[in-house]
Design a protein around this ligand. Sequence first.
Ligand code: GLN
Length: 195
Amino acid sequence: MKAGVVAVQGDVSEHIHALENAMHVLSISGEAIRVRKAADVLSVDSLIIPGGESTTISKLLKLSGMFDAIRKRASEGMPLMGTCAGCILLAKKGGEQVEKTSTELLGLMDMGVDRNYFGRQRESFEASLSIDGLSRPFTGVFIRAPAIVETWGRCKPLAEFAGRTAMARQDNMLALAFHPELSADSSLHAMLLNL
Ligand code: GLN
């Protein structure tokens, strides 16, 4: 199995490490690779879009041709996880800040996000989350994190924080407002590989 992490900006090596860990725990043989061009997107079995700055990541996805390749693979069923900035990019509705910056979203999931929703309150914090499908609480690290403020259609909330959705799933796609790669627990990376 080949699992990829989009490597244009953001915390890539932590995701690679968590994927390797999850493969080990699940006894899957495979590798985790950095994805930098459209051909790489076509070669992986699953993909993570990490946190960073959604405006910048969106531009770099467009420039590299990965934007359309990701949309194509995800709509064909490739397991895809977006964390923090990656979560914003998966949404169909981006809210005021996304509009102001004219950020182009992948628009793959039936959800609306509010960029920097939690960042305005406290720049960075940890919270214990109860997540559907996990048997124990997961420590979510929120860094200038968005909130999922709306879900509809096939998109279902999997975790709540402070009255907002912090994680959602739509078929083969997972959107996380927080950074799972910064917790010592690779169970959400395992959830992706199990999709
Ligand atoms: N606030 C960032 C954005 O809007 C996301 C922050 C992050 O990914 N840690 O793109």
